[in-house]
Design a protein around this ligand. Structure first.
Ligand code: GLN
Length: 483
């Protein structure tokens, strides 16, 4: 008898390889569970029953061909900002609510090649703008740990669907924290890879110089497997790296590993509860033999203003294409094409409109040097400070989110308060470096995440260190999930 909440992706593949269960059987179990739990938490925008069963049947019928695939038969949900051929891809927006892409994103092709079964498209903030999943046109997603709280955002549906075992893994996008912050709030593992290590082609663009696609899973091993399945060069993305990514050796201690505790992040509005759990995880690392010291990273405190000039500026340009003329929703009740553009674009939600206004202003002539241009100069300084820090330390740590899952509705009318949720995660996007969030304990019965950042292309080392820390904390995190 398969119990979805007890199963990992690696175990799922093993069961299928040993012919203890077929891919079709696994797919049906998770489809049924998705349908049921989705009614409670609204984590999914589309459940792709027919295409998932077709994909499963294809594998079962050609088992010999597929049997060694790394994600053989693993049910996955894909954030609804990632294009899936012939499957609705809405970006959580009214503007794309009926949009069916004619092609698959590069990562989706990689997932299918790896044998994963795409069973659903997950809920998210509109165009990935938000930290609570409350800006979605399809309604908020709830946190499976406590239905009165948010799952984080913008990839809230991805994190919530993994935490409630509607699927075993998921992929999301992270522009300022949208994988790591919801992973932290839902008690699972999430990673933002090095900028350029995972192709962005087929990702609905938000802030192109910051956006990165990355994995969610219940544990580090599954997360690592998923990462290596989606990473790799793609000629269709000009920022895609040709570096060959290699896994790092398994570790049995952290001896010789130097870890910096990023004070500039760790003292910014972090709640007492989160601080306490974070300090306990520092003790775990010390006990494992790591050398820990505090580190200050110059200019990192400017990350929030740098982010909120860079991301909205790039978004205002990227979202220009939704004009009711090329594709997507179109309101043709006006008389001229200008009326169509006007009427159509008034259907963006408030947060998206706010970003477009901010970005258009920051890019306008006379203000460009003062705002976008200056933000890029400071961005360069932040990158230099990280480079210097990584001359002294292998890895840098901080809490992932300053607070645990917060009450639905408690921040949505206060954008500046909402923006603070990514204070710990944004620096990694600004610098382009990889960062993971792993669960490290509970505060008031809600999960807390530990963030581990490393230099460019150090994913292998990050995964190895994270696995050892995870093993030594033996938390059984998901026992607290209500859904
Ligand atoms: N919460 C941040 C924002 O609203 C980050 C979003 C993201 O990473 N996609 O911009």
């Amino acid at each position: 008898m398969i119990e979805p909440s007890k199963l990992t992706a690696v175990e799922c593949t093993n069961l299928i390889q040993n012919k203890e269960v077929s891919v079709t059987e696994i797919t049906k179990i998770f489809l049924e569970r998705s349908k049921e739990i989705n009614l409670d938490i609204n984590s999914l925008i589309t459940i792709c029953e027919d295409s998932a069963l077709k994909q499963a049947e294809e594998i079962d019928n050609n088992f010999e061909e597929y049997k060694n695939k790394p994600l053989l038969g693993v049910p996955i949900s894909v954030k609804d900002v990632i294009s899936t051929k012939n499957i609705k891809t809405t970006a959580g927006s009214k503007i794309l609510s009926n949009y069916i892409p004619p092609y698959d994103a590069f990562v989706v092709k990689k997932l299918v090649d790896a044998g994963a079964i795409i069973i659903s498209k997950s809920n998210c903030d509109e165009f990935a703008m938000g930290s609570s999943n409350e800006t979605s046109f399809f309604g908020p997603c709830l946190n499976p740990w406590d239905f009165n709280t948010v799952p984080g955002g913008s990839s809230g549906g991805s994190a919530a669907s993994v935490a409630s075992s509607q699927n075993l893994i998921s992929i999301g996008s992270d522009t300022g924290g949208s994988i790591r912050q919801p992973a932290s709030l839902c008690g699972i593992v999430g990673m933002k890879p090095t900028y350029g290590s995972v192709s962005r082609s087929g990702l609905i663009a938000f802030g192109s110089s910051l956006d990165q696609i990355g994995p969610f899973a219940k544990n580090v091993q599954d997360c690592e497997k998923l990462f290596y399945s989606i990473a790799g060069h793609d000629p269709k993305d000009l920022t895609s790296s040709k570096n060959v990514l290699e896994s790092f050796k398994d570790l049995d201690s952290l001896k010789g590993i130097k870890i910096g505790i990023c004070n500039d992040i760790s003292d910014q509005g972090i709640s007492e509860g989160v601080k306490k759990v974070f300090e306990d995880s520092v003790d775990t690392m010390k006990n494992l033999g790591a050398e820990l010291d505090e580190i200050s990273i110059d200019y990192i405190k400017e990350s929030l203003p740098v982010y909120y000039l860079t991301a909205p500026s790039e978004a205002s340009s990227n979202l220009n294409r939704y004009d009711g003329i090329k594709y997507g929703y179109s309101d043709q009740n006006g008389k001229t094409s200008w009326d169509t553009i006007d009427l159509t674009r008034s259907n963006f939600g408030d947060e998206v409109k706010r970003r477009i206004l901010l970005g258009t202003f920051a890019l306008s002539s006379g203000y460009y040097d003062e705002y976008y241009g200056k933000a890029q100069k400071i961005r360069g300084l932040i990158i230099n400070s990280f480079n210097e820090a990584f001359n002294k330390f292998d890895l840098i740590i901080s809490p992932t989110s300053p607070i645990t899952a917060f009450k639905l509705g408690s921040q949505i009318n206060d954008p500046l308060l909402m923006y603070q949720n990514d204070i710990c995660t944004m620096p990694a996007n600004i610098a382009g470096i990889p960062a993971i969030s792993i669960p490290c304990g509970l505060s008031n019965k809600l999960p807390v995440g530990l963030q581990i950042m490393g230099p460019n292309f150090s994913e292998g080392k990050i995964f190895s260190v994270a696995k050892l820390i995870e093993d030594n904390m033996s938390l059984n995190m998901l026992d607290g999930v209500k859904a």
